[in-house]
Design a protein around this ligand. Structure first.
Ligand SMILES: NC(=O)CC[C@H](N)C(=O)O
Length: 397
């Protein structure tokens, strides 16, 4: 039950936003971005850069991001550093008030951009204390609200956050996926030249490239850009594409994207399709949710983590040679490494907590990683995975 003393914590002067936790705790702050209310699971992200990419990563659907880096919004926003058109986190929690943007790439300010996307921000909170709370108690369900007049009905908010089912068992991937297929031509962004295309990256004409059919479960666009950079021709298909639809596109390989929600809840559509691809020996590469789904299709189980991994400096060990990759991460579920059946090999582990970070299906060109080798934001130590996948597609008989 809520602690009434907490729920009725007095509203400080000037408070225009509030967080109401499912256990009744309340945290007051200053609102920015959209006016209104949203409900989600609060997580923390430790990346020092890339707030725009984080907020537009569809894997954060139904989540509120607490940034541990204190200065968020200070380099503004632009039209290039977005990972999706309109999906992403429902809100964010930041330490310092957002200052005027200062950056040569800035095209606008973060609060206005958030408002345009209907996303709520709250500033002035002790984000380190909130992070410690998550580390102690696990990721909480939270209601976030912003009202410039400072009027909030805390009891009603508490009722709504308690009524929310939470992320466990929630299927969000098909809701944020593209609904129609699309052919993807853009290459990765570079300083000075911006985004390249398949015509400008020196890898030959699009038709000569291996064809990757990418299943979109709520993908970050930089994955498709990186597949193109690695030499692929990419066709993106919706999350609920059938095995027949995919095979009709004559894929040289199939890519399984990241995405929001509980992987185990996607069992009705994606997992049987992936099983069919495995039966047909189609090469497969999965990232994050896609990795988890590949594991489920191969017979492993997934589980919700206590606090999850989100940041841009997570060390992962590659077991084949002991090399450590510094990776970008964003996940709250994981494959349970103890449930890998025969024929599924663990290839990478987290050096933070030993959780599974990579699998490979023995005897097939099918592998996945729990982290984000496409970075955006984050280090690019793991780009070799794209080269390995795309480079291995040419010799399929
Ligand atoms: N980035 C992702 O694909 C996240 C996968 C899954 N929704 C999780 O939280 O674990």
């Amino acid at each position: 039950m809520a602690d009434p003393a907490v729920l009725h914590a007095p509203q400080p002067d000037g408070a225009t936003a509030v967080l109401v936790f499912a256990d009744g705790q309340v945290a007051w702050g200053r609102g920015f971005g959209a006016v209104g209310e949203a409900i989600g699971e609060m997580c923390f992200n430790t990346a020092m850069t890339g707030y725009q990419e984080v907020m537009t990563d569809p894997s954060y659907a139904a989540q509120i991001v607490c940034f541990t880096f204190p200065h968020i919004g200070n380099v503004g926003v632009n039209d290039e550093d977005t990972e999706s058109v309109d999906a992403g986190a429902v809100g964010c929690v930041v330490r310092e008030d957002v200052t005027d943007p200062s950056n040569f790439r800035s095209m606008g300010d973060f609060p206005r951009w958030l408002a345009d996307r209907g996303r709520i921000g709250i500033a002035g909170l002790d984000t380190r204390a909130l992070t410690r709370r998550i580390r102690r108690l696990g990721a909480p369900n939270v209601a976030i609200a912003h009202d410039p007049d400072g009027r909030f009905d805390l009891a009603a908010m508490l009722g709504r956050v308690r009524a929310w089912q939470g992320l466990e068992g929630l299927d969000l991937a098909k809701g944020v996926s593209r609904q129609i297929s699309e052919s993807w031509a853009g290459d990765v962004w570079q300083l000075g030249s911006g985004f390249g295309t398949t015509d400008t990256d020196g890898q030959g004409s699009a038709a000569a490239r291996p064809h990757v059919v990418a299943m979109d479960f709520g993908s970050k666009n930089n994955i498709f850009r990186t597949l193109v950079k690695a030499g692929a021709r990419v066709t993106v298909v919706p999350a609920e594409a059938t095995l027949d639809t995919i095979m009709a596109l004559k894929p040289d390989g199939v890519f399984l994207s990241n995405g929001p929600g509980d992987p185990a809840a996607t069992g009705a559509y994606a997992v049987p399709v992936i099983r069919g691809l495995l039966d047909r020996d189609v090469p497969i590469f999965g990232i994050c949710l896609g990795h988890q789904m590949l594991g489920l299709a191969a017979g492993a189980r997934t589980a919700k983590m206590f606090q999850g991994h989100r940041g841009a400096n997570h060390p992962v060990q590659r077991l084949s040679d002991g090399t450590v990759e510094i990776t970008s991460m964003n996940h709250g579920f994981a494959i349970d490494g103890d449930t890998l059946p025969a024929g599924v090999e663990q290839t990478h582990v987290s050096l933070f907590d030993g959780t599974n970070c990579g699998i490979e299906i023995t005897g097939k060109k099918a592998f996945g990683v729990q982290y984000h080798p496409e970075a955006s934001p984050g280090p690019q130590d793991s780009f070799y995975l794209f080269e390995r996948f795309v480079g291995g597609l040419g010799d399929r008989s």
